[in-house]
Design a protein around this ligand. Structure first.
Ligand SMILES: [Zn+2]
Length: 85
């Protein structure tokens, strides 16, 4: 594992295209778990201005996973949710 400083608040360069800078925005995240598809709208993320790749914070990722697990447990085939901060 490469260690890197995570607490630098300045612009982050996209690791996918290595070109664009990420800016805060909201994205739609879709996850597939078995037969269940979970679509979460309005998820806060840092979005690359160049290629559109998005990066979720650890906190947001764990919330997204919680919502996904709840949808899987409920047995829905497709669950469309709005991410509440
Ligand atoms: Zn990019």
């Amino acid at each position: 594992m490469e260690s890197r400083l995570e607490d630098e608040e300045s612009e982050v360069t996209c690791i996918i295209c290595r070109h664009g800078e990420t800016t805060p925005g909201a994205v739609t995240v879709s996850l597939q778990r078995g037969d269940t598809t979970v679509i979460l709208k309005g998820v806060p993320a840092d979005v690359c201005a160049n290629c559109g790749e998005y990066y979720l914070s650890e906190e947001v990722t764990s919330r997204v996973m919680e919502r996904a697990e709840a949808a899987v447990t409920s047995g829905a085939e497709v669950e469309i949710l709005r991410f509440a901060a």
